[in-house]
Design a protein around this ligand. Structure first.
Ligand SMILES: Cc1cc2nc3c(=O)[nH]c(=O)nc-3n(C[C@H](O)[C@H](O)[C@H](O)COP(=O)(O)OP(=O)(O)OC[C@H]3O[C@@H](n4cnc5c(N)ncnc54)[C@H](O)[C@@H]3O)c2cc1C
Length: 459
């Protein structure tokens, strides 16, 4: 893009155009994953829906690749692209809570932290993810799993409507098209740029009970078996993880365990702290923990629990996933060995407890698809040194391959690696929903403009 072209576009915007010649270009093009270093021709810092329309029309008229940035958190870095135009929603952070209706409107650049602050001001919460800097846009369009998943479902299950700028630069209110609204519930960023979301919200907090129990790696097998039994009978108010990790040098963990394999149980109860403490006691009674940091806390603090483990820009990340058909003893053995063999102490294998409200919608009710798996495994390779890229990515891929026989074949598309083998993943994940998704895609994006995602090809 020449300077003249950029100025022509800027003249039609309320926001601004950022190019390589601007002082803040490197800052604006940076995304959360420090491994991603892409150089767009321009980034349009959108102030509202009309800017998004201008940006999409401009890119289409000139045949530029389009990337869409919500929170910039996707591990794959598809919020930015080389040489193309980034529709950057970062400045669009408005949230409007309607306490009487129990609904919330949030703009396309809102983060989970923004949404939590505003909804908690009214004693409400929308089910979102567990790290507050994540964008609600990418998260919701791909599903959205968090501490309320077993009580109130996925983020996308609570989506009532959305304003969508389509590939031909029109705005469509998704509520008016049941097929589009259905497709946005897990079908990803394939159908247009969502500039505003409307969600259902629920009374939660201000305080909740949060369990955090740490076990030595030597006990990993026995405590994971007990966790499996506990999880099968846990009430929907509880959403939990069992995390295989290596102990950080944290004073809350006895020094002799630092750097050694551990298992962490983390769980939140969505009721009052008193109800939560009683309901979570059986999880805390498993085995002999090396630390139990469980306590009543604010919902906002519980939402921030993992934040400091995921610094932006400085660390390198490669994440994949598997839906597990169960947690049999031989799988537990495999997980323990894979964790022990991880090349980075920052990497984790996260067993997400599913079931409850997550599992209630049928496969065809939302684009998201099959929800029968009782657990999901998040395969998180996290490391610091570029020299370790190959080993850390290879470890995550090895975990992914090894777990194939224990899995449904579908994957959680918000943990997409680098979208390698994307066509197969899309087919295996959407299953019987793929044909309907492809029809919606053809109606709204027949030229496949929005393809930097788990791409659904127009039918
Ligand atoms: C530290 C961390 C923690 C996470 N925790 C969770 C978690 O607890 N639960 C969970 O479910 N997921 C979690 N995720 C995954 C997260 O859901 C995805 O990374 C998601 O894509 C992030 O959304 P974003 O808006 O920040 O993404 P971006 O990187 O901005 O965008 C990713 C893609 O989403 C699409 N997109 C983004 N915004 C829009 C829009 N407004 N309109 C249309 N398409 C859009 C585009 O296709 C884009 O390429 C986590 C990710 C990270 C990095």
């Amino acid at each position: 893009m020449t300077q003249d072209m950029a100025e022509g576009l800027a003249g039609r915007l309320r926001g601004r155009v950022v190019q390589a010649t601007d002082a803040d270009y490197d800052q604006v093009r940076a995304v959360w994953n420090g491994m991603i270093d892409r150089r767009p021709a321009a980034l349009v810092r959108c102030a509202g829906t009309s800017d998004v329309i201008e940006a999409v029309r401009y890119a289409r008229a000139r045949g530029l690749m389009v990337a869409v940035r919500g929170g910039g958190h996707n591990v794959s870095g598809t919020a930015v692209c080389d040489d193309g135009l980034v529709v950057d929603l970062t400045p669009m952070r408005g949230v409007r809570v309607d306490p009487a209706a129990g609904t919330v409107r949030a703009a396309g650049g809102v983060t989970i932290g923004d949404l939590d602050s505003e909804t908690q001001a009214f004693g409400l919460a929308v089910p979102m993810g567990v790290v507050t800097e994540t964008g609600i846009a990418g998260l919701t369009l791909g599903g959205g799993l968090g501490w309320l998943r077993r009580k109130y479902g996925l983020s996308c299950d609570n989506l009532i409507s959305a304003d969508v700028v389509t590939a031909d630069g029109r705005v469509v209110v998704a509520e008016s098209d049941p097929d589009l609204l259905w497709a946005l519930k897990g079908g990803g960023g394939n159908f247009g740029v969502v500039t505003s979301f409307e969600f259902r919200a629920y009374p939660v907090g201000p305080d909740v009970f949060f369990a955090q129990v740490i076990h030595a790696g030597t006990d990993a097998r026995s405590v994971l078996r007990a966790y499996r039994e506990w999880a099968a009978a846990a009430p929907d108010e509880i959403s939990s993880f069992a995390i295989l990790w290596h102990a950080p040098e944290d004073e809350s963990i006895p020094a002799e365990h630092h750097g050694t394999p551990i298992v962490v149980f983390a769980a939140m109860h969505s009721g009052t702290p008193e109800e939560g403490e009683a309901a979570l006691q059986p999880l805390r009674d498993i085995g002999t923990p090396i630390a139990d940091l469980s306590a009543a806390t604010s919902y906002l603090e519980a939402q921030r629990f993992f934040d400091e483990d995921y610094p932006a820009h400085v660390m390198r990340y490669y994440w994949k996933s598997r839906y597990l058909t169960g947690l049999p003893d031989d799988l537990i053995d495999v997980l323990v060995e894979l964790n022990e063999g991880s090349p980075s102490p920052h990497s984790t294998l996260d067993v997400w407890q599913l079931g409850g409200a997550f599992a209630r919608p049928g496969t065809r009710d939302t684009a998201f698809g099959d929800r029968s798996a009782p657990f999901m495994l998040g395969i998180e390779s996290n490391w610091e040194n570029p020299a370790d890229d190959e080993a850390c990515i290879a470890w995550a891929r090895r975990v992914h391959t090894t777990l194939g026989p224990f899995s449904t074949g579908a994957e959680y598309l918000n943990f997409p690696g680098l979208y390698e083998d994307s066509d197969r993943t899309v087919r295996d994940t959407f299953g019987p929903n793929l044909d309907r998704l492809a029809v919606v895609k053809r109606r709204y994006d027949p030229d496949n403009v929005f393809r930097l995602t788990h791409n659904i090809r127009p039918s």
